[in-house]
Each structure stands twice: as structure tokens, then as C-alpha cells.
Design a protein. Structure first.
Lengths: 160, 665, 104
């Protein structure tokens, strides 16, 4: 792991996230969100969790970001209006960040460097999914199905 | 593929259960799918049962046991299991085969019923519960399936729920068997207390194996008697037999299933299964518990046979004949003839299913009429039903040589005759045999011979889907005797676990002649008495039973089932009614009086405090209320209805918790 | 020199706070959802970081939880966006300040 790479990724990710949170145009914000997710995936690649990184890219950019874009298009009439910005949220968010950072820095046991580990293969993850985690995985499958049906039911147009 | 069937025989009950669930989830209109599924499930169970049976044939005198841990409670481990031995395998084949015939028959019989799919779901459930009961290797697991059988019978007897009589009968069956089950449950707890395990076979540690039996010791008699309570309830033994004839209120295929393959067989099967507990410490094959079994059995056999003589409902006659035959099986088990008892159970399963389905066919043909005095002359209209019914009747009456029932009945008489304790059961059993032939002859004459009367005038033969099972079962009732004859007692040897050899000389036994003479003479007697039944004869009118004409008082006594129901009504039920009245009275006047007294005291106290309240406290409370209202207004202002406010509050709360935690650490 | 666990945790905390900012400050419902997704992603980064820096187990628990949480986040996003559309149909607006039927 390289500190330079870490800092670069952190800067890209956090500035993209900041842009997603603050940009006026909704569409720009959604694209910035996708960029932030790419940065996050780069973090995962950096620590050796390549599979999770890929999953993140596929799911967040391939599905969630696209969904957000679709939603923006479907609620277009309203998008053009600027709903404004609440400054109270900034105060709370800054306070939360300060509190978290303070407690992280205070905890000395987190000031460690990464141990050497053997690479995590997709095979290992697959085996874990099919043995120890087979029931959770089935449940997640069920949950996704339920979410799919639920989302459909929510947006279905009632015939007058 | 190293798929070893032996370890998977628990699929057999699983198949009907699964089918039952699937059918329940179908809509009410998918009639064909429901019937096809039920029959397919049962056929699958039959195929698997035959495979299991073949497995036990390959390795005689051994059993396949599959135990598993259900749950661990502290350091107690509760284990359940399944067992496959000759007893279980023979029962499996009989239950699935007879069940399959009944399922197919039901497709025709229930064709017009509006709850067709529900019927097949229950039927499959019933078969599955029974199959599970047969292969259970733990008294607890057996008890679970036992209760499921009870539940299924409740659902099926009361299937025509809109008829009050059916609902009553279902309730009666459930409650009566529950009384016996209470004993069963107590016996089971006692057994667990003594032996620490409820597994039957567990590599030498089960409660039916030497080590387990040794720990049971002297309490075996009581445990056995308590378990027999359950068996008596399910198998309709005196004094708990009252539910069985009432169970006729269910659809006829259900009666067939209850009386032939499932419910009532469970009691006999249970006694056979835990036979080592019954026979523990036997001297010369006699133990106190087995003696009780013999006397209960013989009482039941004779009493039911007597009652059957005076019944007019075609199904009720068969019901009492079942009670009587079950009594005979219990006698056989009690005197030590386990194999004979089970063989009779298997043979009885075939021909009783045949008789019930035949009766169903008759009822179907006569448009729902069940009174035999209104039938007659059906021999010409319903030839297939008549022929198969005649086979069933002869098998039940114990006509020797050609019919399965004859051989097993002789076997039972044989072992009963050699019981060292007493010869009375033997003679009483003989009397029961005579009566059986008599009432069956009476029924045949009423239903199939003579002139057609009111109900049979427009009778018609049943469709093929109903007659085919009859023919198959009739063939079984005949050819099943091939493996029962003393010359080649294959089934007997299989159940005991010995080799078999062919010896024609043993075919001729004194018992053969005794039963030949008995059955022949009683059929002749039946023809002589009832030959002119249903037609006027001398001073007797057509609707009076010939026996009733000669002995009206005795006939009425029997026709009213010896007034046992009325006796229970007057004694047990009256007693519990009285107890209820007494507690009602206690509640109303004693406890209620006390409560009222307290109430009055509270009232006086209340008046006193009300005075204090009005003047002293009330003013203060008003102030508090006003304050609370103000606070409420203040708090409700915080509920802006804006999710972002809520979210921000959550974030602040989280931050506070985080800081608190960091500060504490 | 390599980054420490603290570095990852602070990056995650920053991402979380930015997500919170988006959820609290923007009035558009879709922004709130984006913010929530960012907070979830920050939590995932924590899981992965602790997996990488902590004791190694087989199966890799941290990675598995992150995978499941991604799947659940996807379900949540689908339902959330559907709700946004449904609410938009009802109010003809996506401004959360206008959704105040539960006002006390």
C-alpha cells in the first residue's frame, strides 16, 4: 500500500462526494456521486478487496446511479427548481465529523499498519457464500425480490 | 452415485406431506391437479415403500436406524429418529397400497363435492402422518405423528362441517382419543424418567433394547398400561370405542382410510412396537399388562360383534366389525402372537378397505342412502360391487383356505388357544367369529339379495374409477393369503425374522376344521334367520328385523349400542357437567361474594378519598394538568413533520452517544 | 511508508459526514437518498478497513458483510427511489419541506 496513492484516492473521492452533496444541478450531483463511488472502489482495490470493489462499481454505478438518473428524469418538472440549502445541516455534519475524528485519533489501537496477508481470492468468497453464508445469501435474494416487487407496486399507475 | 436408499426412507412420509401442502396452496377450482397430485404423491410413497420393503428383505433380522439430534437443552440432548424393520416395512406397504386404492376411489366418490381439493389435501396429510408414525424410532416422534393422525382424522370426520352430526362426531373422536392420549403421554414421561431415552433402537441403548429395558424394571407394567390407554383410544377398544362408529359421519373413503389403513391400525401398531415393554419380565409369556390387553381386547371383540348384529346403517355395521376385529388383534398381541396380530392387521387393512369402498360404492349407487333395510336386490344392478363385496365379506368372516382373513384369524385362534392363563378368551373369540359371519351374512342378504326396495330402485353401478380399486383390493384380499398359509408362512417368518420353509403337511390343522365348521354353520344360521329379511313373513311386517321380531328387548339393547353412549352421558358427562355447575355456583356466590365484599369496602374507601380529593388534591392536579398541556404543546412544536429535522436530531443524538462513550473510555 | 488504519477511518468518517450533509441540507428528496447511500458506502469502507487491518479469519467476515450490505443498499435504493416517484405523483413536488403531514 502506498500513502501517495491513498492520499490521491482520498482527495478524489471526498471532493467528488462533496460535489455530489453541494452541486446545484441534480444531474451533476448524480454523476459526481458515481465518481465518488469509483473512488471508494479504488480504496477497496488498494486494500486488496478487489471483488468487493468490483461489486461496488457494478451495483452502485450500474444500478443505483442509473436508478437515480431515471428518477431525476421521471420527476423532471420539479428538477429545474432549486429547493435551496439549509445551513443547519452543515453545522451538524461538521460536528459529527469532528466528533468522529477526535474519537478515532484518541483511540491509539487504530494507529497500526496493515499486516501482510495472502490475497483474497474470488474462490474463497464464493466458497464462503455457498457454505457458511448460504442462508444469508438466500435471504438477500429474497429481499431483493421483495424490493423489486415492492418498488413496482409503489410506482405502478392506478387506473382511474 | 452413492445414493443409498436405506438412509432416505424418511422421504416416504415426506412425500404425502409435501403434496398436502401443495394442494392446500392450490385454488379450489384446480380439482384435476389436486387429485393428480394426491394420487401421484401416494404412488410415489408406495414405490418408495416397496423399495424399503425390498431392502429389509435383503437383510433379514436387522433394522436400519437413522437417528438425529433435535435439540440440546442444557446437558440433555433430545434425539429423534426413524427406523426401518420388517414390522415398519410391512405396514408401510400396506398403508401406501390401501391408501392409493382409497385415493383413486375418492376421485370418483367425491367428484361432486365442492371442497374436492381440500379433501385431497387432508387425505394426503392423513396418509403422511400415518407413514411417519410407522417409521418413527422414538416414542416422542411417534407421539407427534400420532397427534397429527388425530388432527387429520378430526378434519376428515368433520369434513362435511355443515352437518351438525359430522361436527359432533369429529369432536367426539378427537376428545375420546385425547383421553387415551393423556395416558400415553404420562406413560411416555414415566418411561423417559426411568430410562432417560425415548429412542426405540439406539445401538443397544434404546428403551426397547436390553440395556434400556433393564433400567425400566418394575414400573414396566404401569408404563405399558398407560401406553395401552393411548392405543385403546386410537384403536377403539372398550371403553373408548364410542367414537369409532360415530366417525362414520365422514365421507366413506375417510371411513375406509380410518378403519383400514391409518388411524385404528396405529393403536395395534403401537402395542406391537413397544411390545418389549409389555412383555418385560414375562413368566411363561404372561405379564399383568398383557393380561389386561387380552381381556380388554376380548371384551371389545365380543361386544362390538354383538352390537353389529342389530345395526341398520351399512357403514355402522362395518365400523363395529372393525372394533371387533381390532379387539381380536389386541387379544392376539396380548397372548403373545405379535406376528399373528400384525398379519391380521395387514390382511384386515386390505379387506376392510375393500368393504368400506364397496359400501361407498353402494351408497353412491343408492344416492346417499345408508340404511340396509331400504336396499336389496343390488346383486343384479351392481355386479362388480357385489362380487368384490362378497370377497370382502368372506375374508372378514374368515372363510378358510381362499381368503386372507381366514388364515390370520385361525392363526390368532391358534395362539389364543394356547394361552396358559385362561381358556375363556379363546371361547369368547370363537363366539366373536361366529357373530362376525352372522352379521356379515345379514348385511349381504339385506343389501344384495331379495327384491329391490325404496332406495335401491334407481340404483346404478359406480364408474370405473371406483370399481377398479375394488377389484384390485379384492384380488389382494384373495392372493394375500398365499403368504399367510401355515404351509408356507412367509409373512410370519419375515415379521419374526426367521427363514421359511415349505411344508404342505402343516396346511391341515385342527383349527382349519374348527373354523370351517364354525364359519359354515354361522353363515347357514345367518341364511336361515335372515333369508326372508325385508319381506313380510307370517305376522312380521317387512320393515321389522327377523331377530327383532323374536327378541325385541335384546335387539333394542344392541341397536342402541348397549346404551354405552347414554351411560357415559348419564355418568361421566353428567359428572363433569355437575362439576361445572358447582364451580359456576361457587364462582357466583362464594368467590363473587368475596369480590363484592372487597368491592363494597373499596366503595366506602372511595367515598372517603373522594372527599379528600375534591377539597385537597384536586386543585393541585388541575395545576399539573395545565402544566402538562403546556409541555405537550411545546413538545408537539418539535414535531415539524420534516424528515430532515428528524434526521438531524438522530445525528446529534449519535454524536452525543459517541462523545459519552469516548469520555467514559 | 503505508497508510494506517486511522487514515482509512478518517476518510470513512469524512465520507459519512459529507453524506450526512447531503441528507440534512438539501431539500430535494433525491439528494437525501444520495446522502444515505454515501453514508452506507462509508460504513462499507470501515468494514473493509477493519478486515484488512485486523485478524484474518476464514471466511473473511468483513468482506462478506460488506458484500451483503451492498446488496441491501441496492434494495434500499430501489425502494427509496420508488417512494420518491410515488410521493412526487402525489404532491407534484420533490421538496421534502412540503411533506409535513405529520406535523405535530
Amino acid at each position: 500500500m502506498n500513502t501517495g496513492a491513498f492520499i490521491a484516492i482520498a482527495i478524489v473521492t471526498l471532493s467528488a462526494a462533496m460535489a455530489a452533496a453541494t452541486l446545484r444541478k441534480l444531474m451533476h450531483a448524480a454523476l459526481s456521486f458515481a465518481l465518488a463511488i469509483v473512488g471508494l472502489a479504488a480504496f477497496f482495490f488498494l486494500v486488496g478487496a478487489e471483488f468487493v470493489g468490483l461489486a461496488l462499481v457494478f451495483i452502485y454505478i450500474g444500478a443505483v446511479a442509473v436508478l437515480i438518473v431515471f428518477t431525476i428524469l421521471l420527476t423532471r418538472r420539479d428538477v429545474e427548481k432549486d429547493h435551496g440549502f439549509k445551513w443547519g445541516g452543515v453545522v451538524i455534519a461538521a460536528a459529527v465529523f469532528a466528533g468522529l475524528t477526535w474519537s478515532i485519533l484518541k483511540t491509539q489501537s487504530t494507529a497500526i499498519v496493515a499486516p501482510q496477508i495472502r490475497a483474497l481470492t474470488v474462490k474463497q468468497i464464493g466458497q464462503a457464500l455457498m457454505t457458511t453464508y448460504v442462508w444469508p445469501m438466500q435471504c438477500v435474494g429474497l429481499l431483493l425480490t421483495a424490493a423489486l416487487i415492492g418498488a413496482l407496486l409503489l410506482v405502478i399507475e392506478e387506473k382511474p | 452415485m452413492n445414493f443409498r436408499f436405506g438412509n432416505y426412507f424418511w422421504f416416504i412420509p415426506a412425500a404425502p406431506f409435501a403434496v398436502s401442502l401443495v394442494i392446500l396452496s392450490l385454488s379450489n377450482t384446480r380439482r384435476k391437479a389436486a387429485a393428480a397430485l394426491a394420487v401421484a404423491g401416494q404412488a410415489l410413497a408406495l414405490v418408495m415403500s416397496i423399495m424399503a420393503f425390498a431392502k429389509t428383505l435383503q437383510m433379514p433380522d436387522s433394522r436400519i436406524v437413522a437417528n438425529f439430534t433435535w435439540f440440546t437443552f442444557g446437558n440433555q440432548t433430545l434425539r429423534l429418529g426413524f427406523v426401518l424393520d420388517p414390522l415398519a416395512a410391512a405396514m408401510l406397504v400396506m398403508v401406501t397400497f390401501v391408501g392409493l386404492c382409497i385415493f383413486v376411489f375418492s376421485v370418483g366418490y367425491m367428484a361432486d363435492d365442492k371442497n374436492f381439493t381440500r379433501f385431497f389435501a387432508y387425505l394426503s396429510f392423513f396418509a403422511g402422518a400415518m407413514l411417519g408414525l410407522v417409521i418413527a424410532n422414538s416414542l416422542l416422534l411417534l407421539f407427534m405423528f400420532w397427534e397429527l393422525v388425530g388432527l387429520a382424522s378430526y378434519l376428515l370426520i368433520g369434513f362435511w362441517i355443515e352437518r351438525p352430526a359430522a361436527a359432533e362426531a369429529a369432536k367426539k373422536a378427537f376428545i375420546t382419543t385425547r383421553i387415551g392420549d393423556m395416558g400415553f403421554f404420562l406413560g411416555m414421561l414415566w418411561l423417559y424418567n426411568r430410562s432417560g431415552t425415548l429412542l426405540f433402537y439406539d445401538r443397544g441403548n434404546g428403551c426397547l433394547e436390553a440395556a434400556g429395558l433393564a433400567t425400566v424394571g418394575a414400573s414396566a407394567t404401569f408404563i405399558a398400561l398407560l401406553i395401552f390407554c393411548g392405543a385403546a383410544g386410537k384403536s377403539g377398544q372398550f371403553p373408548l370405542h364410542v367414537w369409532l362408529p360415530d366417525a362414520m359421519e365422514g365421507p366413506t373413503p375417510v371411513s375406509a382410510l380410518i378403519h383400514a389403513a391409518t388411524m385404528v391400525a396405529a393403536g395395534v401398531f403401537l402395542v406391537a412396537r413397544v411390545y418389549p415393554i409389555f412383555s418385560l419380565g414375562a413368566i411363561n409369556g404372561v405379564t399383568p399388562s398383557l393380561t389386561v390387553v387380552v381381556w380388554i381386547g376380548v371384551t371389545t371383540a365380543l361386544m362390538a360383534a354383538l352390537i353389529a348384529v342389530a345395526q341398520a346403517d351399512i357403514k355402522r355395521i362395518l365400523a363395529y366389525s372393525t372394533v371387533s376385529q381390532l379387539g381380536l388383534m389386541m387379544v392376539s398381541l396380548g397372548v403373545g402372537g405379535v406376528a399373528a396380530g400384525i398379519m391380521h392387521l395387514l390382511a384386515h387393512g386390505f379387506f376392510k378397505a375393500l368393504l368400506f369402498l364397496g359400501a361407498g360404492s353402494v351408497i353412491h349407487g343408492c344416492n346417499g342412502e345408508q340404511d340396509i333395510r331400504k336396499m336389496g336386490g343390488l346383486r343384479r344392478v351392481m355386479p362388480v360391487t357385489f362380487a368384490t363385496y362378497a370377497v370382502g365379506m368372506m375374508a372378514l368372516s374368515g372363510v378358510p383356505i381362499f381368503f386372507s382373513g381366514g388364515w390370520t384369524k385361525e392363526e390368532i385362534l391358534q395362539v389364543t388357544a394356547h394361552w396358559p392363563q385362561s381358556h375363556v378368551p379363546y371361547y369368547l373369540a370363537l363366539a366373536g367369529v361366529v357373530l362376525t359371519a352372522l352379521y356379515m351374512t345379514r348385511q349381504m342378504i339385506y343389501v344384495f339379495f331379495g327384491e329391490s326396495r325404496s332406495a335401491s330402485a334407481h340404483a346404478h353401478e359406480s364408474p370405473r374409477v371406483m370399481t377398479m380399486p375394488l377389484i384390485v383390493l379384492a384380488l389382494c384380499a384373495i392372493f394375500f393369503s398365499l403368504v399367510l398359509t401355515p404351509a408356507w408362512p412367509w409373512l410370519d417368518a419375515y415379521l419374526i425374522g426367521e427363514g421359511v420353509r415349505f411344508d404342505l403337511a402343516r396346511l391341515i390343522q385342527p383349527m382349519l376344521f374348527i373354523s370351517l365348521v364354525l364359519v359354515g354353520s354361522s353363515v347357514a344360521l345367518g341364511v336361515w334367520i335372515y333369508g326372508k329379511a325385508g319381506v313380510p313373513d307370517g305376522n312380521r311386517t317387512a320393515d321389522v328385523d327377523p331377530f327383532e321380531y323374536v327378541q325385541p328387548v335384546l335387539f333394542r339393547f344392541l341397536a342402541h349400542k348397549m346404551w354405552i353412549d347414554e351411560l357415559y352421558q348419564r355418568t361421566l358427562i353428567a359428572f363433569s357437567w355437575m362439576c361445572a355447575r358447582l364451580s359456576d355456583w361457587m364462582d357466583r356466590f362464594v368467590w363473587d361474594g368475596l369480590v363484592r365484599g372487597f368491592g363494597a369496602f373499596g366503595q366506602v374507601f372511595g367515598i372517603f378519598t373522594a372527599r379528600v380529593d375534591e377539597r385537597g388534591i384536586n386543585a393541585g392536579v388541575d395545576e399539573t394538568a395545565a402544566g402538562a398541556r403546556g409541555l405537550g404543546r411545546l413538545l408537539s412544536a418539535a414535531h415539524s413533520g420534516q424528515i430532515q429535522t428528524y434526521l438531524g436530531a438522530i445525528a446529534v443524538g449519535m454524536l452525543a452517544l459517541l462523545l459519552l462513550y469516548a469520555w467514559l473510555a | 511508508m503505508t497508510p494506517t488504519l486511522q487514515g482509512f477511518l478518517i476518510a470513512s468518517a469524512a465520507l459519512f459526514s459529507i453524506g450526512l450533509l447531503a441528507a440534512l441540507s438539501r431539500r430535494h428528496a433525491i439528494f437525501i437518498l444520495i446522502g444515505i447511500e454515501m453514508m452506507l458506502a462509508a460504513a462499507n469502507l470501515n468494514f473493509i478497513a477493519f478486515w484488512r487491518f485486523g485478524q484474518q479469519h476464514q471466511p473473511p467476515v468483513g468482506v462478506m458483510i460488506a458484500l451483503f450490505s451492498i446488496a441491501i443498499a441496492a434494495a434500499e435504493a430501489a425502494v427509496g427511489l420508488a417512494i420518491v416517484i410515488a410521493v412526487y405523483r402525489h404532491y407534484r413536488s420533490t421538496n421534502v419541506d412540503e411533506f409535513n403531514q405529520l406535523r405535530g
